[in-house]
Design a protein around this ligand. Structure first.
Ligand SMILES: *Cc1c(COP(=O)(O)O)cnc(C)c1O
Length: 379
């Protein structure tokens, strides 16, 4: 039934062997820079590649500062800590996200509070956010509280699903009226823009991931970006064990984290970042061919939202029903083409089952119908 799609994918990737969802590509200076890092003996907590990456990455994402971290979850953890998320507060986020968003909220002792997404952008819906806050939020001395649970609402963390940017400006507006800081989970969105502005440049602070399956990879890695100098300095301090700089003394002034990115990983990442324009071009071209194919086959390819340029990190189809989705997954995965359903909603997982939640109609609609298809860069 989906044999045309299987043939199309095999033809695109030039193989009838197993085709994974997203593979890394190392075709630039990766080996050279990694070898250089080894030769320098600076493979760990200090080294030139970390600084170089942070500068390059800030430029790439249109922010003044970037702090490299050991992974994207760690970046999210510190980004939220710096935005003021504390124990026993609530963080508005999507139920339709990767589990790392909610794990990072939990590391701070805070509780995820789920808001629905928009069917077309797959991102948090500002209209539903506003109407939900209208019914549950109450301002007390300039601070927003959930009047049902009596907990402070300390942040809002929308996520740019598969690299698509939704109605982020409107989300910022809604959050501003309640004095809620907005932290972008931009883990999937390196190279995505809305109205010319890069993902991560809309809120107070953002987190990115360079896990093996992301657009570029450090093996494992992440970054925090911001325009706020004080916040950037605290991010660097807290991710490097909160050590006060000194020639030889161990002095620490806070409970810090060993979250820095090793120089060895940064070397790989500097080379990957050089490849980003090529990767984005190739991914966009593949997305266009998928789209043309899907139109012909009467399948619905999920396109980038209006006024945005998506990185097309993971490409996706919207199928007609849960049954059709299950047939699709079964057929493709038994014919050598890896496909995957979108994440299970976070409120279905045992550790988040009791979290406060708005109605999640569109999240549930998408959960039952969205699948990812092979999206690696084809060189
Ligand atoms: C990949 C990802 C992360 C976390 O990244 P790691 O580097 O794997 O820790 C966080 N949020 C989302 C939405 C992601 O896709």
């Amino acid at each position: 039934m989906y044999s045309n799609l299987v043939s199309f994918v095999q033809n695109e990737f030039g193989t009838t062997d197993f085709i994974p969802l997203h593979e890394p590509r190392f075709v630039g200076n990766e080996k050279k820079y990694v070898a250089d890092a080894i030769d320098s003996t600076f493979v760990s907590s200090v080294g030139a590649y970390v600084n170089r990456f942070e500068e390059d990455f800030a430029k790439n994402t249109q922010q003044s500062y970037a702090v490299a971290t050991v992974n994207g979850t760690a970046a999210l953890h510190i980004a939220m800590l710096l935005a003021g998320v504390e124990k026993d507060t609530e963080v508005l986020t999507q139920a339709l996200t990767f589990v790392a968003t909610c794990n990072a909220i939990s590391y701070l002792g805070a509780v995820p509070h789920f808001v629905d997404v928009d069917r077309t952008t797959l991102g948090m819906c500002p209209v539903k956010l506003a109407s939900h806050l209208e019914s549950v939020a109450e301002m007390r001395n300039g601070t927003c509280y959930n009047k049902i649970t009596n907990r402070k609402i300390s942040a809002c963390v929308p996520m740019h699903t598969f690299g698509h940017i939704g109605a982020i400006e409107s989300l910022v507006q809604v959050c501003n009226t309640y004095g809620i800081p907005l932290v972008e989970d931009a883990a999937e969105a390196l190279g995505s823009y809305k109205n010319g502005k890069h993902a991560g440049s809309f809120g107070a602070v953002a987190a990115f991931s360079f896990n093996g399956n992301k657009v570029i990879t450090a093996g494992g890695g992440g970054a925090i970006t911001t325009n706020d100098e004080t916040l950037a300095k605290r991010a660097k301090h807290l991710t490097t064990t909160a050590k006060i700089p000194h020639k030889y003394k161990y002095e620490h002034d806070a409970i810090g984290y060993n979250y820095r990115m090793p120089n060895l990983n940064a070397a790989l990442l500097v080379a990957q970042l050089e490849q980003l324009p090529l990767f984005l071009k190739k991914k966009r071209a593949l997305a266009e061919r998928y789209e043309a194919f899907c139109t012909k086959e009467r399948l619905q390819f999920i396109e980038e939202p209006k006024n945005t340029q998506s990185n097309y990190w993971l490409m996706a189809l919207l199928l007609d029903s849960e049954n059709q989705r299950d047939e699709f997954l079964e057929y493709t995965n038994t014919h050598g083409v890896m496909t995957r359903p979108i994440w299970q909603l976070m409120n279905r997982l045992p550790m988040f089952a009791d979290c406060p939640s708005a109605l999640l109609e569109d999240s549930e609609f998408l959960e039952a119908r969205v699948v990812n298809i092979p999206s690696s860069v084809i060189l």
